[in-house]
Design a protein around this ligand. Structure first.
Ligand SMILES: Cc1ncc(COP(=O)(O)O)c(C=O)c1O
Length: 388
């Protein structure tokens, strides 16, 4: 598949680094059926320039779906269909961030969002955090200090639900307090809600967007994890004036609604019941894989420290004292296993070297077990060497 897909297979390596879906889970047949149905249902309207905010039938279906998986549903005027969470973030940056602005981010956080934001030539800084995630009072203090020093804080970015890389979620009190801080300081929260529907134990916590009700939260959603990343399809919920500004972008005026054919096909994929069935299937698949990796890491990795993630795709593994995630990587790959070192998810290159991100989405349970066994041997070797 050279030149077709992003993923690069390295023979002999159990690669726990990729946050990609299981290829076998991607709904090629069902998507083909939905495409045929969408073309018959929408006719030529599927193939021309689409409505700026996205096609009405998708927005209606999304509203109904969000009413089920979140504490509140947006109004139609509060939804904008995007080319996925990454493209949504790119558009949000275009509206909110000017070169030289400060953008605060959770730490650790989704490493590739850092790249999208950094493309704007902004001053990226970590918000204060502890083991429970971002600290609202500390963030308020930091925003006020930056403000008094003459900086403009463009927004705060975070993944509060089944975060990448931690798998953890911000608790209800911090969610409320953070929304209050944003309202008091006039700061926008950019909530990346990509993993909401990949929940393995219970309903996901309510979104920051639903707490803010027309307030200072722009929420990014995606179909990349629930259906397929190749669709490059997602959405934003935000207050209607923000959605109007998105619709007003020259890029939309010129090209029409973002990714229109995929959007009308998704409307059909949703309305036909395929989406609900597919999400149930992948939730089960990834729950099984999470359990396989958790069990294997517990059994095979000496001194493993982690919280069992109750959603998302990642296990955030703490290393024994004295073992450094970056120094370990070359030896791990020689031993046939790979991962992403924790530093990749921090702005400060010195932070996070005591952690690894292990992804359980791509590989089958036996490969996950083999990867954990190899990793366990490499870590045990590093611990022994550190004690010499
Ligand atoms: C937190 C987070 N946001 C966004 C994305 C990318 O989303 P999309 O494929 O919709 O651009 C990912 C994918 O790994 C992610 O983990």
């Amino acid at each position: 598949m050279d030149g077709v897909v992003q993923y690069v297979r390295r023979p002999g390596i159990v690669d726990l680094g990729w946050g990609h879906p299981d290829p076998g889970s991607l709904p090629t047949g069902e998507w083909a059926e939905a495409t045929g149905e969408a073309l018959r249902r929408f006719g030529w309207t599927a193939l021309t320039y689409g409505a700026g905010a996205g096609p009405g039938p998708l927005i209606e279906w999304l509203r109904a779906n969000l009413a089920e998986v979140d504490a509140a549903a947006p109004r139609a005027s509060e939804v904008f269909v995007t080319g996925g969470a990454s493209q949504g973030l790119e558009m949000v940056c275009a509206l909110l961030a000017r070169p030289g602005d400060v953008v605060l981010v959770d730490a650790p956080t989704y490493h590739l969002a850092l790249r999208i934001i950094a493309d704007r030539e902004v001053d990226l800084r970590p918000a204060p955090t502890d083991d429970g995630g971002i600290l609202p009072a500390g963030t308020e203090e930091l925003i006020r200090r930056l403000d008094s020093e003459g900086h403009r804080v463009a927004f705060v970015y975070l993944v509060p639900t089944y975060g990448n890389p931690t798998g953890a979620s911000l608790d209800g009190n911090r969610r409320r307090e953070l929304v209050e801080v944003a309202a008091r300081t006039g700061t926008t929260l950019v909530e990346d809600d990509t993993y909401r529907e990949l929940t393995y134990e219970a309903r996901a916590p309510r979104s920051l967007w639903s707490i803010a009700a027309g307030g200072p939260v722009v929420r990014l959603g995606s179909f990349a994890k629930t259906v397929a990343p190749g669709l490059r399809l997602g959405w934003i919920t935000a207050d209607r004036s923000f959605v109007r500004r998105l619709v007003d972008r020259g890029f939309v005026d010129s090209g029409g609604g973002v990714n229109h054919l995929a959007a009308v096909t998704m409307a059909q994929f949703g309305a036909s019941g395929r989406y609900a069935r597919h999400v149930r299937t992948v939730r089960e698949l990834y729950r099984t894989r999470r359990d396989a990796l958790v069990g294997a890491v517990r059994g095979q990795v000496p001194g493993a420290r982690f919280r069992v993630p109750d959603g998302g795709w990642f296990l955030w593994l703490g290393l024994p004292a004295g073992v450094d995630a970056r120094s370990l990587l070359a030896g791990a790959e020689r031993a046939g296993v790979s991962y992403l070192p924790g530093n990749r998810f921090h702005l400060d290159p010195g932070a996070g070297s005591d952690r690894l991100r292990l992804s359980f989405s791509l590989l089958a349970p036996d490969a996950l077990a083999e990867g954990a066994q190899r990793l366990g041997r490499v870590i045990a070797g590093a611990v022994a060497a550190a004690q010499l």
